[in-house]
Design a protein around this ligand. Structure first.
Ligand code: ADP
Length: 380
């Protein structure tokens, strides 16, 4: 087991065009991953996740910065000497080797364990992954899920200080993916080893991790527990990226007491108004964010009620997603329990609680109430 410390790490690639431009794939990332922690790096395609992970693995040179595994700076240490094992999206199994050989091969190359010891480790890892009866088969005769298990088993055999996983579940169908999420969590719990996991799937990140680091354009946008990320997104990017359906956002102006959007007005309490004034002034352009599950169907005379028309109701089993049209141009998404079934085309009044509002500065997308929400949750 080991902690991993990534300090101000950047990666520049040569641009392909005129030969002068550089592509900044990773831009000054600092991350500390605790011993035994499950940390997920999540972000859209091209945000630098794989590059960052590959630099920890030693598969990619670091342009600047320092990476430590345990107390050791590993910048110039060969991948096989870093005490890490990586699981790749495409599994990278040797097609001509049996499961047993695939799992044993790396260990034989990099350790001086006896054959018996290697075989014992392979059998223990195979048992852990539930593939004891697949040891004689070659990858071509295994299902995608079984290949995934072999790839994970091969990493376990290495007994690494740190597991690195790069989109390991992306090639599986949805049901198997959900199942393998819990399998990987179980392995993490049993081994107690540090895991760094890369995915583009925010749901995967939010369900599996101790902490999540959100990357965009090579920069860390926020790092925190899934709860912190969901309830106190630091900026609009994080707010929009995490949660499904996504958070509703409305451009609003604030005049000291009231948030005014194109199609509705929301009068905030005097204490809230004061806080907003403190942080944004009393004439501010803001973005109001409200999560779909925080909007409720309300009586017509409710405070801060908003008149809407239900455009589409989308049943998704336990929930219904409602797509509402407001008076003018704005729309919003609402999530209600599956037994709440208003009819399409019907008028609906909705409202939301002031405590559930997120407010971002329009100019830079920063959440101006993040700390306040934190305090609210702690004291609630
Ligand atoms: P992600 O894993 O988040 O999809 P990557 O780390 O693969 O992102 O890529 C980050 C950026 O670096 C992208 O703009 C990508 O095109 C660029 N990039 C990645 N690998 C190379 C490479 N070998 N040469 C040039 N550019 C690269």
């Amino acid at each position: 087991m080991s902690r991993v410390s990534i300090e101000n790490v950047s990666k520049l690639y040569d641009g392909s065009g005129d030969g002068e431009g550089k592509i900044v794939a990773v831009d000054g990332v600092t991350l500390d991953i605790e011993d035994g922690e499950f940390l997920t790096i999540v972000g859209p395609s091209g945000s630098g996740k794989s590059t960052l992970l590959r630099m920890v693995a030693g598969l990619e040179d670091i342009s600047s910065g320092t990476i430590r595994i345990g107390d050791r700076v590993v910048n110039d240490i060969q991948p096989q000497d870093r005490g890490v094992a990586m699981v790749f999206q495409n599994y990278a199994l040797y097609p001509h080797m049996s499961t047993r050989k695939n799992m044993a091969y790396g260990l034989k190359l990099t350790s001086d364990l006896s054959d018996d010891e290697v075989q014992q480790r392979v059998e223990e890892a195979a048992e852990m992954m539930g593939i004891e009866d697949q040891l004689g088969k070659k990858p071509g005769s295994l299902s995608g899920g079984q290949q995934q298990r072999v790839a994970t088993g091969r990493a376990i055999v290495r007994d690494p200080e740190v597991f690195l996983m790069d989109e390991p579940l992306s090639n599986l169908d949805a049901k198997l993916r959900a199942h393998m999420r819990t399998e990987i969590q179980r392995i993490h719990e049993e081994l107690g080893t540090t895991f760094i996991y890369v995915t583009h799937d925010q749901e995967e990140a939010m369900t599996m991790s101790d902490r999540v680091a959100i990357l965009n354009h090579g920069e860390v946008q926020q790092i925190g527990t899934p709860d912190e990320i969901y309830n106190e997104p630091k900026n609009l990017f994080v707010a929009d990226f995490v949660g499904s359906p996504a958070m509703n956002t409305f451009d609003v102006t604030f005049d000291g007491t009231t948030l005014t959007a194109t199609d509705f007005e929301y009068e905030v309490s005097s204490t809230r108004a004061e806080r907003v004034r403190e942080r944004a002034g009393d004439d501010a352009s803001l973005v109001l964010g409200i999560r779909p599950e925080d909007i409720h169907i309300a009586e017509a005379d409710a405070e801060n009620a908003i008149e809407t028309i239900l455009d589409v109701r989308e049943p998704v089993g336990s929930d219904n997603y409602l797509y509402l049209e407001m008076e003018g141009v704005e729309e919003c998404r609402v999530r209600v329990p599956g037994d709440v079934k208003p009819r399409e085309g019907e008028a609906l009044t909705v409202s939301f609680d002031e405590d559930d509002i997120h407010l971002f500065r329009a100019s830079d997308g920063e959440n101006i109430l993040a700390e306040e929400r934190g305090q609210h949750e702690v004291t609630a």
